[in-house]
Design a protein. Structure first.
Length: 534
């Protein structure tokens, strides 16, 4: 007995087969089971003509798939207009529904306060410009240069005078010292010698110590004493003159430093002063320009041609400086409808009430509609669409997709993407703000072989149909290859030919044995073939 037989009988000694071999055997068994089920019409039952069957003929036609969304009719362009400043309305020159041209006067505010502010700003500008001109035309630097030159000359003169005085004092001291050393001191020394030799130092004095010798000695002593006194005076004068001279030089030096500082101030700070004054002029110019702009903004004019869709205000009322802006729909200047459900029926946008006036281009109309994310993923520019309207019965107009928003918008906790559709055929009954129902063709195959979706059975990636034989009885299970899948029909790429009759699934399960085991398709007996062509 073989190993396989022992294993099949359940003997204890079972060999260890590899995992790959077990997987291969399991797959083989699954394939045999599927073949058995198909052959016996368990998975795909085929019927015969013994019971009534419904059929459809494979024919050429158009396969279409569309997605739908409900949105709002909006003007092709819209501007929310407001005054740039707040004020009292003095005139309104248009009415709702008027056609206006670019630059046309729409309304005015009281200008009095703004004209006064402009006059004050212009006066401030004149003052600032005059101050700058005075600085530019002044000779302060030249004057500072002259003052420095004078101070430097005074310092030079003082230094010369001090040097001269010091030199004179030194010469006088030297002369007095020379007089003492060279003349008067030797004379005293000689008089001293004569005095001593004459015995004038003894007591009593001899006759040789004459009065003349005594007087000469005394006079020589006095002269030397006078010389020493004069030398001392000379030295004191030198010290005094040097001190006073240094004070004079210090004062003159300080004057030079002050003059230099003044020149530096004029030279270095002058550019800064000019720059500061130029900035003051620039600021005054900006203030004047702002005042002029504020005055100009008391007049509202049309930025472009269009139709007046709404006006929010009366003459005599206060108009605030508007901040309302138009949220644009994807790919256009048309307004994005409000997601809060408060869309203005006049403008088609949700911000009209925040602006003084709304101007729109109603010569062209567009539809802005949100699409669920799964449908939005299938949208593309230039896809065709049909638009119907709740307000206008039995009206359907052609349109095309202009653009799809790249960012999501959450509406009632559901993620949506806005799409802009251009209405290609206008109708005079259409108004901005109307509800529009858009059906966009996202896939289409023209003049292709097709079948209704209900005639095709799909199992994973495989597709099958039951083909009715020419005898009107035999049904054949036929695998087909499909192409484009539409909302109602599917393109048949291969497996069928035009004119082939395909059995539609039974609406109710038949009571016969064959029909009871099927998952759909025909019932009853008859010859059934797997494969083959119709």
């Amino acid at each position: 007995m073989s190993v396989g037989q022992r294993a099949f009988r359940g003997d204890i000694a079972v060999p260890r087969w590899s995992r790959e071999r077990l997987v291969a055997i399991a797959l083989g068994l699954v394939a045999l089971l599927l073949a058995f089920l198909i052959a016996h019409d368990v998975l795909f039952p085929a019927g015969s003509s013994t019971s009534a069957v419904r059929t459809v003929t494979a024919a050429r036609g158009n396969v279409r798939s569309a997605v739908s969304g409900t949105g709002t009719v909006v003007p092709a362009g819209q501007q929310n207009l407001s005054f740039g400043v707040a004020g009292t309305l003095t005139e309104i020159d248009v009415k709702v529904g008027d056609q206006v041209k670019q630059g046309q006067l729409l309304a005015k505010l009281d200008r009095t306060t703004f004209q006064t502010a402009l006059d004050q700003a212009n006066n401030n500008l004149t003052t600032a410009q005059a101050t700058l001109n005075n600085t530019l035309n002044s000779n302060a630097v030249v004057q500072a240069q002259h003052s420095l030159a004078n101070a430097q000359q005074s310092l030079s003169d003082a230094q010369s005078q001090v040097n001269l005085t010091n030199q004179q004092d030194a010469n006088a001291l030297a002369a007095d010292q020379a007089q003492l050393a060279n003349v008067d001191q030797p004379a005293l020394d000689q008089a001293q010698t004569n005095y001593n030799n004459a015995g004038c130092t003894t007591n009593p004095q001899p006759q040789t110590c004459t009065q003349q010798i005594q007087q000469a000695f005394t006079q020589a002593q006095n002269t030397v004493a006078q010389d020493k006194t004069k030398i001392t005076q000379d030295q004191n004068k030198i010290a005094s003159d040097q001190l006073n001279g240094q004070k004079t030089i210090n004062s003159a030096t300080a004057a030079v430093t002050s003059a230099q500082d003044s020149l530096n101030s004029q030279t270095i700070q002058r550019p800064n002063t000019i720059a500061s004054q130029q900035a003051a002029v620039a600021n005054a110019q900006i203030a004047a320009q702002t005042a002029q702009k504020n005055l100009d903004q008391t007049t509202l004019t049309a930025p472009t041609d269009g139709t007046v869709l709404s006006i929010n205000g009366q003459v005599g009322e206060n108009a605030s400086a508007g901040t309302g802006v138009t949220a644009q729909a994807p790919g256009t200047t048309a307004p994005l409808p409000s997601t809060s459900g408060s869309t203005s029926s006049a403008s088609g946008g949700g911000t009209a009430a925040s602006s003084f006036m709304v101007l729109g281009n109603v010569a062209g109309l567009q539809v802005i509609a949100p699409f669920a994310e799964a449908d939005a993923a299938r949208l593309a520019a230039n896809q065709t669409a049909a638009i119907t309207f709740d307000a206008v019965a039995n009206l359907s107009v052609p349109a095309h997709v202009l653009a799809i928003a790249s960012g999501a918008t959450v509406i009632s906790n559901v993620t949506n993407y806005y799409a802009t559709l251009v209405i290609d055929q206008l109708d005079s009954r259409l108004k901005p703000g109307m509800t529009a129902n858009a059906s966009v063709v996202v896939q289409q195959a023209s003049n292709v072989l097709m079948l209704p979706n209900s005639a095709i059975t799909r199992l994973g990636s495989l597709s099958f149909v039951n083909v009715l034989g020419k005898d009107g009885k035999t049904q054949t299970r036929q695998q087909i290859q499909t192409g484009a899948v539409g909302d109602q029909s599917t393109e048949i790429v291969s497996g069928l030919s035009a004119g082939d009759k395909v059995v539609l699934p039974q609406l109710k399960a038949p009571t016969g044995t064959a029909g009871g085991r099927g998952l759909g398709g025909g019932g009853g007996g008859g010859t059934v073939r797997i494969g083959g062509g119709g």
